[in-house]
Design a protein around this ligand. Structure first.
Ligand code: BEZ
Ligand code: FE
Length: 291
């Protein structure tokens, strides 16, 4: 088949159009449509930034390095999506909830799906290093009814700001991770240690690039949660320490006012410990949607 006349005239102004002409665009096929949009924006970037061939080779080398930096402990592509604000934007678009429901935020690269199931009241601090923090709360629906048996998964950084999968030689496996099941009243409680804020990893290609560009790479102190119950939208979120001075400059746009809490100083077992209380409010899953 010989190319049509337009295909022979590929140039700076018609490049996206010519690309799109080769696709079988139709309403019932999303992939060609997605490709046409992605490529049109990519061509727009090239027209605006006008990279040299050497610049473009560097960009491809960067993307190659991002791929090579990924393994079963590290997800550099997730980090790139998070730091570019893309993950937060996707969450914003997809999880618009009633105002009273707990909002979603970014899941982040340190999540592990295989955290151990623990009984209520257990500690997730396997090395006991840090200031004790007692976490308790409820899981409820929008009418205030408890959601018995809801699953609460949590993961967090330690008192120095590192996750166990960042320090496999220094922290016990599954340190500061656990999965709990709410009781018949929708209540849960467990023990941990107060997490520190941290700098997002800058030893890989994504962190290096952003540091070079002068982008702030801090995350304020937080705990991560994923809360699940049949028939409800899964909540993937954080709770933030209200005393952290960096709440306003989170590198991944994950801080929302509803998720900031002041940790309280209380006495327990004859000692002064930190306490955090929170009620997760779940919205019903939309008909036909995955929970
Ligand atoms: C985190 O909170 O664990 C995280 C999220 C996105 C980028 C880096 C860290
Ligand atoms: Fe985190």
């Amino acid at each position: 088949m010989s190319p049509g006349p337009i295909a022979l005239d590929f140039n700076e102004t018609n490049s996206s159009e010519i690309f799109a002409q080769r696709l079988p665009l139709s309403k019932d096929k999303p992939l060609p449509q997605i490709l046409a949009v992605v490529v049109a924006h990519l061509h727009e970037i090239i027209r605006e930034l006008r990279p040299t061939s050497a610049d473009w080779r560097s960009a491809i080398e960067f993307l190659t390095e991002v791929g090579h930096a990924c393994d079963e402990r590290r997800q550099e592509w997730v980090l790139l999506s998070d730091l570019f604000g893309v993950s937060a934007l996707v969450e914003e678009i997809n999880t618009r909830r009633p105002r009273q429901a707990t909002p979603n935020t970014v899941r982040g690269p340190f999540f592990r799906a295989d955290a151990p199931k623990l009984p209520l009241g257990a500690t997730i601090s396997l090395d006991g290093i840090g200031e004790r923090l007692d976490v308790s709360g409820y899981v409820k629906d929008l009418d205030g009814h408890p959601i018995a048996g809801a699953e609460i998964m949590t993961w967090q950084a330690n008192a120095q700001g590192y996750y166990e999968n960042q320090q496999p030689d220094l922290q016990p496996e599954f340190n500061l991770r656990g999965v709990f099941k709410a009781d018949g009243q929708g209540a849960f409680h467990y023990r941990t240690v107060k997490p520190a804020g941290y700098g997002v990893p800058d030893d890989g290609p994504v962190g290096k690039l952003l540091r070079q560009a002068g982008y702030p790479l801090r995350r304020p102190a937080h705990l991560h949660f994923m809360v699940k119950a049949p028939g409800f939208e899964t909540i993937t979120t954080h709770l933030y320490d209200g005393s952290d001075p960096h709440l306003g400059e989170d590198a991944i746009f994950g801080v929302k006012r509803e998720l900031i809490r002041d940790f309280q100083r209380v006495s327990a077992d004859g000692a002064s410990v930190w306490r955090l209380d929170f009620t997760f409010v779940m919205a019903r899953a939309k008909q036909g949607a995955e929970a």
